[in-house]
Write a protein of this length. Structure first.
Length: 134
């Protein structure tokens, strides 16, 4: 795939997430898909990714993860995103505050056989906790 085609794939993947189409994500992901929300903590398969992420999304209503920019080269895509949502459910032991959360994320995705095979998320959990507990 070309860099532009890889960006389209990643854009479609995140578009589906924003629509809440978690059941559709498998069509964008390789059979060997793995997701890392921290450096050495893999979740295997689309089901592992969805289970990991929906418990986070469930803690926030009116959430949106806006794709701000992407850079692609060869089989890699970097995606810069902004997450926003209202804290209306328990998140990692923090009771709902009703506060509006806003933080940035950098995703590093690897493409293989025209599918996303690996996704690594980088964000500041301390910033999230500070926004919810201040």
């Amino acid at each position: 795939m070309s860099s532009g085609t890889n960006q389209q794939l990643v854009g479609a993947f995140y578009g589906e997430i924003n629509r809440g189409g978690f059941n559709e994500l498998a069509r964008y992901c390789h059979d060997d898909f793995r997701f890392y929300h921290q450096v050495d903590t893999p979740h295997f398969g689309v089901a592992g990714f969805v289970a990991s992420e929906t418990k986070n999304f469930d803690a926030f209503s009116n959430w949106r993860m806006s794709l701000q920019d992407m850079i692609a080269t060869d089989d890699k895509v970097a995606a810069y995103m902004i997450f926003e949502g209202d804290h209306t459910g328990d998140w990692k032991g923090i009771a709902p505050t009703g506060r509006r959360l806003r933080f940035s994320l950098l995703m590093w995705l690897t493409i293989q056989d025209d599918k996303i095979v690996e996704k690594r998320a980088h964000f500041d959990q301390a910033d999230i906790k500070a926004q919810l507990t201040r």
